[in-house]
Design a protein around this ligand. Structure first.
Ligand code: MN
Length: 136
């Protein structure tokens, strides 16, 4: 009946803080099919089995931080092309440029105060990556 209405983009959220994870889930699960991970190694293991369309990565993670996780994602052939968005707390002037220069595809500052900005940022990255994949 309601056939393939389950066409929500698949989003991997990597976040070690349970409160932030709850917030992200509350804000995003209406529009996205969410899988959450609590660490970089968990994310790498999970994402190769369940390929996301987009990854949202907290920078401040135990053992492997978000920047290292990005490097590992880019080294893994099956994951290398996934757009990755950095999320940082205590955002500073110039952070956006720094993280984009490091190779992230997008940047969000915590606390997430504007749900629409969050969702639009993710949707525009998804649209962009869909276009670039269809380009020869
Ligand atoms: Mn964190």
């Amino acid at each position: 009946m309601a056939s393939s209405s389950n066409a929500k983009p698949k989003l991997a959220v990597v976040e070690d803080n349970p409160d932030n994870l709850l917030l992200m889930r509350a804000l995003l699960e209406h529009d996205f099919d969410l899988t959450t991970y609590r660490s970089g190694s968990q994310a790498l293991q999970g994402m190769v089995k369940q390929l996301p369309d987009l990854a949202v990565v907290d920078i401040s993670l135990p053992e492997m931080d978000g920047t290292e996780l990005l490097a590992r994602i880019r080294q893994e052939p099956s994951l290398a092309g996934i757009p990755v968005v950095a999320v940082t707390a205590h955002a500073m002037e110039g952070d956006r440029e720094e993280y984009l220069r490091k190779g992230f595809n997008g940047y969000l500052a915590k606390p997430i105060v504007d749900e629409m900005v969050l969702i639009q940022t993710l949707k525009s990255l998804l649209a962009h990556s869909a276009r670039s994949q269809s380009t020869p």
